[in-house]
Design a binder for this molecule. Structure first.
Ligand code: NOJ
Length: 581
């Protein structure tokens, strides 16, 4: 593999327009429990989402990705599914889902749903059957049950740790199963999320049928949870490394896509095994049977980027989340290398690069970028932790978003980022629900702070989220200033900035554009500057101003003042889009 020099000017050639919607799509993540609550029980639901789809159409996104709404005991906020073919009563009914899909399609929005195939809930009928049957039964063979080590099998079968903390194995209880059957089962996440055994053809057949169930209902695609984790190395060998969803190396890039980090760092025997790819080839064949350009996007925290590209080879998935950008600090040279390496590896397999800054698993990006070490990626922020600088974070957050949306490829937005919402960083620990908080005894604050219900109307109950004023997590009082109704029509607001940015991105075809580094800024360590079609994007990640080319028309500025024209100097922590004269 040749070493990529990130100063090479032409990085990515404009893509031909294959008419495949996902290649340049802006996809908005809805986290159903926190988006909008129609029935007033304090937990968001599908009718709530349907009622707010106009907001997304007006924002200018192409598609909506819904985090899980399936039947679930909610031990991991729905990522613990007990019935893959039904809607949890918390969120509504299948008829509510159909109504959401119809309304979205009427508005021209595609709908992508989440698929969680690595593990089910322990309350799934399969796991319940496994518990009722003997070791060695076909029912147990759908999961990863093993005998323990030690004289009485009292030690776990291997040393793997759960991504949420603590051991990745739980032993069946003596009270329920007697002394003769005290097998252990594997769960890479919570003990209520047993891992399925993907070497079992029955498991494969079941998920293929589940995919068809939702494809038949009309969904436009699937986001595949833990796509790198379904196949484990033969023999489940011990591993001493650290498992985490969001590990990875910052700023360590040396320009070689064989080493540029995808923000994963998950290289143990439970991740990124070659065997996963055959599963996606089979799924791709199924999607290809359907009309309408259905797609698959991989959630795979895999290192390095060249490994991630294997998930988007022509006969596998269509996209993979590129977490490398998210996982990199506020550092222009490091981001430039990530950008260049991302195009190189994705172009080599003909897949679009994706870009993302926030989701339901990480601290919201304005807050990350406002930390004393900007871009740190703590697993949540509590009130006794170092607090972000809110204004600086918002300034950088907007600059990062404008930079990201100027890049060719597909972009993922997380609900609330169009409002510039910060993380809730002072949540009472008693209110937390994330299993990662409990399994690490609070060492990780967890992900609740990015999952707080959205503010829609500053003066309505629950800021417009719920008609009764109930909210499953409290909204900070300061969020009134971020409410969608306050920002609508307000010059320079983050919401209006996102609307205008998405409008221009679409109008100018930037998602399918090319990328050429701007020569005039080569050699500066605080700027990322590139051309995409007729637009010059200049992001100043430093704190001092840099000169702007004379005579260029300012199309957009991320600056907080509402002043669209930065003059001939670009202030620190600001991005502009310029039209070349
Ligand atoms: C990744 C999801 O994004 C996260 O929220 C979840 O906890 C784990 N996978 C387990 O399903």
């Amino acid at each position: 593999m040749t070493t990529l020099d990130s100063r090479t000017l032409a990085v990515h050639a404009p893509g031909p327009d294959h008419g495949e919607w996902w290649r340049d799509a802006v996809i908005y993540q809805v986290y159903p429990r926190s988006f909008a609550d129609a029935n007033g029980d304090g937990i968001g639901d599908l009718p709530g989402i349907t009622g707010r789809l106009d907001h997304l159409a007006a924002l200018g996104v192409d598609a909506v990705w819904l985090s899980p709404f399936y039947r679930s005991p909610q031990a991991d906020a729905g990522y613990d599914v007990s019935d893959y073919r039904d809607v949890d009563p918390l969120f509504g009914t299948l008829a509510d889902f159909d109504a959401l899909l119809t309304r979205a399609h009427d508005l021209g929005l595609k709908v992508v749903v989440d698929m969680v195939p690595n593990h089910s809930s322990d309350e799934h009928v399969w796991f319940q059957e496994a518990l009722r049957t003997e070791p060695g039964s076909p029912e147990r063979a759908r999961y990863l049950f093993r005998e323990g080590k030690g004289a009485d099998g009292e030690l776990p079968p291997n040393n793997w740790q759960s991504i949420f903390g603590g051991p990745a194995w739980t032993r069946l209880s003596e009270e329920r199963h007697g002394t003769a059957d005290r097998q252990w089962y594997l769960h890479m996440f919570d003990s209520k999320q047993p891992d399925l055994d993907w070497t079992n053809p029955e498991v494969r057949a079941e998920f293929e049928s589940v995919l068809r169930f939702w494809l038949d209902r009309g969904v436009d695609g699937f986001r595949i949870d833990v796509a790198h984790g379904m196949v484990k190395a033969d023999g489940l060998p011990d591993w001493d490394g650290h498992v985490s969803m969001i590990d990875g190396t910052d700023d360590a890039a040396d320009g070689d896509p064989e080493s540029v980090s995808g923000g994963g760092g998950n290289q143990g025997p439970m991740f990124d095994q070659d065997g996963v790819h055959e599963i996606y080839r089979a799924w791709r064949r199924i999607l290809d049977e359907y009309d309408g350009d259905r797609m698959l996007v991989a959630e795979a925290w895999v290192d390095p980027l060249s490994r991630l590209a294997r998930y988007v080879r022509p006969d596998e998935m269509h996209q993979a989340f590129n977490f490398a950008f998210l996982a990199t600090g506020w550092n222009a040279p490091a981001l430039r290398e990530i950008i260049a390496a991302s195009y190189q590896v994705n172009d080599s397999v003909g897949a679009p690069t994706t870009w993302v800054l926030s989701n339901h698993d990480v601290v919201r990006h304005p807050s990350r970028l406002g930390l004393p070490t900007p871009g740190d990626r703590p697993n949540g922020i509590g009130r006794t932790d170092p607090q972000p600088d809110e204004e600086l974070g918002l300034r950088r957050g907007r600059a990062a978003s404008l930079l990201l949306l100027g890049l060719p490829g597909s972009a993922y937005l997380y609900q609330g980022e169009e409002l510039g919402l910060p993380e809730h960083t002072s949540l009472d620990d008693e209110l937390r629900e994330d299993p990662a908080f409990f399994r690490t005894n609070g060492a990780e604050r967890g992900r609740d702070g990015c999952r707080v219900p959205l503010p829609w109307e500053a003066d309505a109950p629950a800021m417009g989220y719920s008609p009764t004023g109930l909210t499953w997590l409290p909204q900070p009082e300061e969020w009134k200033a971020y409410a969608a109704d306050v920002q609508t029509g307000q010059d320079g607001s983050t919401l209006e900035l996102y609307r205008e940015t998405l409008r221009l991105r679409r109008e100018l075809g930037l998602g399918l554009g090319g990328m050429v580094w701007a020569e005039e800024y080569a050699g500066t360590d605080q700027v990322i500057a590139f051309r995409n079609r007729d637009v010059l994007v200049v992001a100043n990640l430093g704190s001092t101003p840099v000169p702007l080319p004379t005579g260029a028309q300012v199309l957009l500025s991320s600056g907080l003042t509402g002043d669209a024209d930065p003059g001939d100097e670009l202030p620190g922590d600001t991005t502009v889009w310029l039209r070349l004269g």
